[in-house]
Design a protein around this ligand. Structure first.
Ligand code: F6P
Length: 591
């Protein structure tokens, strides 16, 4: 038998050699993988370390609701403290269309008027606390008589604490920019009130020109390259970018006081991209509610090439970052007027005498500008519903509507006025009788003192907006009732309904619900009124206007610190000097 063993040895030696080669290659590969992993880990650690430089900086306050903010008692002193500590040497410039004080000719003298405006009542105490500069359109007939050679006047007149810088507009500018583009275009576009927006190219041109005029004024008033500019409302969508181009280091906080529509509705506006680009010149764009922030972000997503970080509500556009946050606006606490007012019993007596109301008649009130978004006609319907279904209330309830004349040259506002008068007359004819007028409609401007007296005299306050960013009447009514009595009927479509949960929340389009709610309000026990009012007063006290402004200023301070830190660690700031690397930083932190 042949010896085959030698044949067997040769293949097994080759096999061993093969195995050794494979093991060798594997070891080398493993070493390479391990070294790469170590390098990657080291790089990650290095990046995290860079991130940790910023960790002492508190995060941006989300929606004015951070835990820290809730622990603070917000007051003018708190604001001054924030400014002194967090934003030393910062000059605060407020820009709005409506001025806080209007000087009007009155016979041979000059009368001072504080306009009916939620924006003014919120911003006024803030500007006082910051000793800032307020730039606004000088619309009063005697405005030009009281300013100095730089168009400035110190206000409030009785105790000057800030500068009002007036901007003059021609009739045509007012017509195109304010009445036209802002109030016939953007106003109905942003409110769901079923009034068709009107967009005219000539109005758009005036709007652009007036925004530029205000940008020139901001630059002229800025004492240095880095002011904090608080841009207010839909009159100035283009202003933030115009300021950014000329003052790249400025912190620009834009607050949009009205709702923002969904992206499909927004697409109606022929200049939608320009409006979004203008607003994204801001460091922060603020809305009252998260819902409107989301609508704004969706509009940007749909119409601009941008980078959106939804988790942070941040948008990067053209190399600049804008935060889009919700800051629910509010009123000052305690309201300055409160201290000067007589007690509730006296207010009730005085208002009843003034409007000829019998002692046993319950008083429902509505207070606002005469505007089709406020749901005034729907209150008339609710009263009709109540008196029709519960005739025992005829002679026992009256409705006082205070409506400050507003935008009165526009057809939509004239029609509303006529319709209000017609419906009030109709109700009075059907339900009125000798010595009893169910509806009292007063179309006149009332001072804040007069308005607070009415709030204090009322049994029920109706805030039934068809759509409203916040609605400060609701909060003012609550603030005015330190007797913890009175019932608030509040529209589910007003931003305030997200905070004042103890109000009777209604759908103004639902006449049955409105009539029922009115009955519930009129028959509510004093104890239930007290419990609801106590809770609502706590909410308004804790979330007052100083917190609204303070939250935005704190976010501004954090932005400014981040820019400084970015510079210190060598991150390249954008040409705008804003916080370019926020989005990238988030990504690193997530690794
Ligand atoms: O609600 C939007 C708003 O600009 C408020 O901020 C302000 O209270 C109101 O409209 C004032 O309107 P106008 O200045 O047109 O009288």
């Amino acid at each position: 038998m042949p010896d085959n063993s030698s044949y067997l040895v040769v293949p097994s030696a080759a096999l061993w050699l093969f195995v050794l080669v494979i093991v060798g290659i594997s070891c080398v590969a493993l070493a390479v993988v391990l070294s790469r992993a170590r390098r990657a880990r080291n790089m990650k650690l290095a990046r995290l370390e860079a991130g940790s430089v910023r960790s002492p900086l508190p995060e941006f306050e989300k929606n004015g609701q951070s835990a820290a903010a809730a622990l603070v008692q917000w007051s003018p002193e708190t604001l001054r403290h924030i400014l002194a500590k967090e934003l030393p040497d910062a000059q605060v410039i407020v820009v709005s269309n409506r001025e806080p004080y209007i000087h009007n000719r009155n016979g041979d003298g000059i009368q001072l008027v504080v306009p009916a405006s939620g924006l003014v009542s919120a911003l006024e105490p803030i500007t006082r606390a910051c000793a800032g500069t307020w730039i606004a359109y000088g619309g009063g007939s005697a405005d030009a008589l009281v300013v100095d050679e730089n168009d400035r006047v110190e206000v409030p007149p009785e105790n000057p604490s800030y500068t009002l810088r007036r901007v003059w507009l021609s009739e045509e500018e007012q017509q195109g920019y304010y009445l036209g583009f802002a109030n016939e275009g953007l106003w109905p576009l942003c409110h769901i009130a079923f009034t068709r927006p009107i967009f005219r190219a000539s109005d758009w041109e005036a709007y652009e020109a007036v925004n530029r005029k205000f940008a020139d004024t901001v630059v002229a008033e800025a004492r240095n390259e880095r002011p904090i500019v608080l841009v207010q409302d839909y009159h100035f969508a283009l202003l933030p970018r115009m300021i950014r181009e000329r003052l790249p280091e400025a912190i620009i906080i834009t607050f949009w006081h009205i709702p923002w529509p969904n992206s499909e509705v927004f697409s109606i506006c022929p200049w939608r991209e320009k409006i979004l680009e203008g607003l994204l010149g801001s460091s922060i764009v603020g809305f009252h509610t998260q819902f409107h922030c989301n609508n704004f972000i969706d509009s940007v997503d749909r119409f601009l090439e941008s980078r959106i970080e939804r988790e942070d509500s941040a948008i990067s556009y053209g190399g600049q970052i804008s935060l889009v946050h919700a800051y629910p606006i509010s009123i000052e606490w305690e309201p300055a007027r409160q201290a000067q007012l007589p007690d509730v019993a006296q207010c009730r007596r005085h208002i009843r005498e003034k409007f000829g109301l019998a002692d046993d008649v319950r008083l429902c009130v509505g207070v606002e500008r005469l505007d089709y978004t406020k749901g005034i006609l729907d209150r008339f319907t609710a009263l009709d519903e109540l008196l029709r279904l519960h005739p025992e209330w005829i002679g026992k309830v009256a409705f006082l509507q205070i409506a400050a004349p507003s935008r009165g040259t526009l057809p939509a506002y004239q029609q509303l006025h006529e319709e209000c008068l017609r419906q009030a007359e109709d109700l009075n004819r059907r339900y009125g009788r000798d010595g009893y007028t169910p509806v009292l409609m007063v179309t006149e401007h009332h001072s804040q003192e007069q308005v607070y007296e009415i709030y204090r005299a009322a049994d029920v306050c109706l805030v039934t907006s068809l759509h409203d960013g916040m609605n400060l009447v609701a909060k003012e009514f609550v603030a005015a009732r330190n007797d913890e009595q009175g019932v608030l009927l509040l529209s589910m479509f007003a931003g305030a309904s997200k905070e004042l949960l103890e109000a009777l929340i209604v759908n103004p389009y639902d006449a049955t619900m409105m009539g029922d709610a009115l009955l519930q309000a009129l028959t509510m026990s004093s104890e239930e009124q007290r419990q609801r009012m106590q809770r609502m007063r706590e909410v308004v006290r804790d979330n007052n206007v100083y917190r609204w402004a303070g939250s935005m200023l704190l976010d501004a301070a954090r932005l400014r610190k981040r820019v400084a830190v970015d510079r210190a660690v060598g991150a390249a700031p954008t040409s705008s000097g804003n916080v370019i690397s926020l989005l990238d930083r988030r990504r690193v932190a997530a690794l």
